[in-house]
Design a protein around this ligand. Structure first.
Ligand SMILES: [Zn+2]
Length: 474
């Protein structure tokens, strides 16, 4: 299918509307997503954003687009400097550690790598050039503290993304910190003159000795790799102001062109009904959850399964349900590998057409994942019914398998599925003997048989659904 034949609609924060997605180039999408600030381990709220972006990219690819995806690493800003000083570690060494951790986490969650991961500290000349352009065009000026500021009153479209009004702006009011609230909208720092608080973090440039503000980093790096105008820019809703608003102001003032065509923002994550915060005891990094023994695929599934524009409530109950959902998908794939029954051609054709339409239309509709998953699980149930009745031929099973693997390119939760292992006959006998012993409450005998099985490399587990076994890998 050519990408043109699709009709993907995305909710554009700029217009607060769903719009038909049309990229600048016919088949290629250029997309920028604000990456991690590498000053700590990323938490599950951060990963909600990265997973939504991964889903978006995978869906565009599923529909036939090639995606050039740039994700920056913020390795110099207020937070990284503060963190490295606290640990008394050089900035580079400090951020390198968390950058490595971020890549490990992203791999664990099966997030597809971006095309480029530019680091802010490696793009200082690009930032300086951009700031110099802003100065020459009258959008930036040097404050009495020697820092360079952006004059937001000069940019008539300031506030177009976050819809803030800046009528009551105090003239000359300036903000030097990277993060601030809408009510504090004022001229912000592009280049921060060095102070003793920065320690040895500084660059000698034409703008003086100092370091970049956070917002200019994303403008410089996105335009370097994606051009002055590109298709999609994503991030968490908390980045809409001031970060993204300032990115637009910087980029559009410098180039005189539209910066980004589609802005997409994901909503917040709550944990057990509350905003995640260390003081509530509900703050989790991915590593915390993995240490507790949770499956990264289940975490991925759970974080993906709610529409990105809805607040999402993360619960441990939900995580269990996510595990169950992945098991249902994986079990079906296993059954398909062994299917060899009578043909149900007409029924299968019908079911395949239905799920392709159901899943596809839902995803095209601004990534409506819950509707897409409902269509998928209807399909899974129907196919399981056919398998129960031994009414699926080998060829049909293969067709269904390929279709499911295609959906998994988007979801990324099944992966490689192996044929069900068969239990050696003597082991099966031992298991039923053990069941007899358990029924007779002869725990000693039951335990002895368990040990005997273990020696054969077979591990058994008593569950509410009966005995489960698995062959332990040597
Ligand atoms: Zn950014």
């Amino acid at each position: 299918m050519t990408p043109l034949a699709t009709s993907i609609c995305l909710f554009n924060t700029l217009t607060r509307q769903k719009e038909k997605f049309t990229p600048i180039d016919e088949c290629q999408v250029r997309m920028y997503t604000c990456g991690p600030t590498v000053y700590d381990y990323a938490h599950i709220g951060n990963f909600r954003a990265f997973l939504f972006e991964d889903l978006l990219k995978r869906w565009l690819e599923y529909r036939g687009f090639t995606v050039t995806h740039v994700m920056n690493l913020t390795d110099v800003d207020d937070k990284t400097i503060k963190g490295s000083q606290k640990q008394q570690t050089p900035l580079r060494q400090y951020t390198e550690y968390y950058a490595k951790a971020f890549f490990e986490d992203a791999t664990a969650l099966n997030i597809k790598p971006a095309s480029h991961y530019p680091r802010a500290t490696e793009h200082i000349p690009e930032m300086v050039t951009l700031i110099k352009t802003l100065i020459s065009k009258g959008y930036a000026y040097k404050g009495e503290d020697d820092s360079t500021y952006y004059a937001i009153s000069k940019f008539k479209n300031y506030g177009q993304l976050s819809k803030i009004k800046i009528r009551n702006l105090k003239t000359g009011a300036r903000v030097k910190v990277d993060e601030y609230a809408k009510e504090e909208a004022q001229d912000f720092a592009l280049w921060k003159a060095w102070t003793t608080e920065d320690g040895d973090v500084c660059w000698e440039t034409e703008l003086g000795k100092g370091r970049p503000g956070w917002h200019i980093e994303c403008s410089a790096m996105s335009m370097k790799y994606l051009g002055e105008t590109f298709d999609i820019h994503c991030g968490g809703v908390d980045n809409m102001f001031p970060h993204h608003e300032n990115e637009i102001a910087q980029s559009e003032a410098a180039t005189g062109k539209r910066f980004v065509n589609y802005w997409l923002h994901n909503e917040h994550l709550l944990v057990e009904g509350k905003r995640m915060a260390k003081r509530y005891g509900n703050f989790y990094t991915l590593r915390d959850l993995l240490k507790m023994g949770h499956d990264p695929k289940a975490i991925r599934y759970l974080l993906l399964s709610t529409h990105y524009r809805q607040q999402f409530n993360f619960t441990f109950e939900g995580l269990e349900a996510a595990k169950g959902a992945i098991d249902r998908l994986t079990n079906l794939m296993r059954r398909l590998l062994d299917a060899d029954g009578k043909s149900s051609k007409e029924k299968i054709d019908q079911l395949i057409a239905k799920v392709q339409t159901g899943f596809g239309e839902a995803m095209d509709d601004d990534l409506n994942i819950s509707v897409a998953l409902a269509a998928l699980f209807d399909f899974v149930r129907e196919i399981n019914n056919l398998l129960d009745a031994n009414a699926l031929s080998k060829k049909e099973a293969k067709e269904v398998y390929t279709l499911m693997a295609g959906f998994d390119k988007v979801l990324g939760v099944i992966g490689e599925v192996k044929r069900e292992e068969t239990l050696p006959k003597e082991a099966a006998e031992l298991i039923s003997q053990r069941e007899e012993a358990r029924k007779a409450k002869d725990w000693k005998a039951a335990d002895a048989i368990r040990q005997q099985l273990k020696a054969m490399g077979i591990v058994i587990e008593d569950t509410a659904q009966g005995v489960r076994w698995k062959i332990e890998k040597a």
